[in-house]
Design a binder for this molecule. Structure first.
Ligand code: NAD
Length: 501
């Protein structure tokens, strides 16, 4: 076996061959520098595998491969039915390998296997199928002006797209970015997060098997400051799509400005969830639990700030605490009944603990959790689901994105106060409203500054519906028809039919 692959046995007994190389031009290759990054199992801190990490030279090679593929008749001039078929085939292969990919995702990221299999894998499969359906429906427009002129608009791909994804949903985020980019005829260099490269590199096998021409899809692994920055600042990249923190998003924006790249940014949040007195309490409790504790709280749109009207505040806090103690089973992500696995890395584990300290020192009341969770063998990056109450709007834990199983709950008196405080943030990704009064629900949904509002639910997400934020939560939209806008130019063609000078 070459140095580019390693035989592995996952904790659930699944044996497979893990690619270790960068996937460029349909081949796995070593990085030019020979540098590697070691992937760590966050459940027990053991090493899974070391994989090659890209530096600027490797990014150059991947971008050149994508540029060549973009110009090649094999891809540029492909019949759009055939382009759709390629995407369907890719989605089918992912589906056929779903147990293996879910295993890799859980091993590398720590999310429960049941979640990887039931949520993340269907998400990437459905998203790629959804956009496969668009491949032969990218329509232009004829604009009637006068008999003396024919004017029409064609929608063209942007070119080479750099895509930088985070570690919280590696496969899902790859699906959100690959689907719309490919169905519109672009080529891609996608950089996995350095914490979770394994499932993305494995996808390389399936890209090749599906029959994509070499260079259409390239996967690189590598550190953000090296590989990510080289991609974001590359003069031959036409577009950057980034998902991750707001701070890094700003850096990416600056680098993209070097050659005025088209950008899509999906960044952080501190999304409010507002519960009015007249809400269905059971529903509000269940959804607000999911809204912050799902995926170890590592969700950009997590509803991490809960505002409850004073009439039901005490009841809500008691029921929420109950829900956490019965519903948030923390432990081995390969066990069937586990709801919450470890945080993805030591850095994230320590980050969440530092916010716990901050909450305590700022005088908030710790109602549950507030410490590492030790039931999983004493190792691993597990955190007990944490609830703080008596939180004021100026506290760090109320204002900053924690990105963990960590919620702050506060009470309000009036609708006006709820909306004002919900909007008192630099972010604007998601927001949830619980009430049985439909007029109030729609009114508040309009008044809240967010890219997405959930009425009587939280973090409902669907490949057919646009996803994205306002304010410092991002620029542009992914998913749905809106996702196509991010990957096409509209070219206007004026034909002189007689209005000549
Ligand atoms: P990050 O934003 O730094 O990393 C996300 C991606 O960007 C990774 O692929 C990373 O390699 C890349 N990257 C990092 N620095 C870069 C640079 N200078 N140029 C180009 N690419 C770069 O996130 P992180 O450091 O892994 O996590 C820190 C915090 O970010 C988390 O605690 C959380 O608050 C937030 N976060 C948000 C999301 C989200 O979905 N919105 C996802 C992950 C992390």
């Amino acid at each position: 076996m070459s140095d580019l692959f390693v035989e592995l046995t996952a904790p659930n007994g699944q044996k497979y061959t893990q690619p270790r190389g960068l996937f460029i031009n349909n081949e796995f290759v070593k990085s030019k520098s020979g540098e590697t990054i070691t992937s760590i199992n966050p459940s027990d801190e053991s090493e899974i595998a070391s994989v090659y990490a890209a530096g600027p030279e490797d990014v150059d090679l991947a971008v050149a491969a994508a540029r060549k593929a973009f110009k090649s008749p094999e891809w540029r001039d492909i019949d759009t039915n055939a382009r759709a078929e390629l995407l369907y085939k890719f989605a089918q292969l992912i589906d056929e390998n779903k147990e293996l990919l879910a295993t890799i995702e859980t091993w590398d990221n720590g999310k429960p296997y049941s979640v990887s299999l039931a949520d993340d894998l269907p998400d990437i499969v459905n998203t790629i199928k959804y956009y496969a359906g668009y491949a032969n429906k990218i329509h232009g427009q004829v604009i009637d002006t006068s008999p003396l002129k024919l004017a029409y608009v064609v929608r063209e791909p942007l070119g080479v797209c750099g895509q930088i994804i985070p570690w919280n949903y590696p496969l899902s985020m790859a699906g959100w970015k690959l689907g719309p980019a490919l169905c519109t005829g672009n080529t891609v260099v996608l950089k996995a997060a350095e914490q979770t490269p394994l499932s993305i590199l494995y996808l390389g096998n399936l890209v090749k098997e599906a029959g994509f021409p070499p260079g259409v899809i390239n996967f690189i692994n590598g550190e953000g400051r090296k590989a990510g920055a080289a991609l974001a600042s590359h003069p031959d990249v036409d577009k950057i799509a980034f998902t991750g923190s707001t701070a890094t998003g700003k850096e990416v924006m600056k680098m993209a400005a070097l050659n005025m790249k088209n950008i899509t940014l999906e960044t952080g949040g501190k999304s409010p969830l507002v519960v009015f007195d007249d809400a269905d309490l059971d529903q509000a409790v269940k959804w607000s639990h999911l809204g912050i504790m799902y995926n170890q709280g590592q969700v950009c749109s997590a509803t991490s700030r809960v505002l409850v009207q004073e009439g039901i505040y005490d009841k809500f806090v008691a029921a929420f605490k109950d829900q956490v103690s019965t519903g948030s089973v923390v432990g081995d992500p390969f066990k069937d009944d586990t709801y919450q696995g470890p945080q993805v890395s030591k850095a994230q584990f320590e980050r969440v603990l530092s916010y716990i300290e901050s909450g305590k020192s700022e005088g908030a009341t710790l109602v549950a959790g507030g410490e590492p969770h030790k039931n999983a063998g004493g190792k691993g990056f597990f955190i007990s689901p944490t609830i703080f109450t008596n939180v004021t709007d100026s506290m760090k834990i109320y204002r900053e994105e924690v990105f963990g199983p960590f919620v702050v709950i506060s009470s309000f008196k009036t609708e006006e106060e709820a909306v004002r405080r919900a909007n008192d943030t630099t972010y604007g990704l998601g927001a949830a409203v619980f009430t049985e009064n439909i007029t109030k629900a729609h009114r508040v949904a309009r008044d809240i500054e967010a890219g997405m509002v959930w009425i009587n639910s939280s973090n409902d997400c669907d490949s057919r519906i646009p996803f994205g934020g306002v304010k410092q939560s991002g620029i542009g939209r992914e998913l749905g028809e809106a996702g196509l806008e991010a990957y096409t130019n509209r070219k206007a063609i004026h034909v002189n039919l007689g209005n000549r000078l």
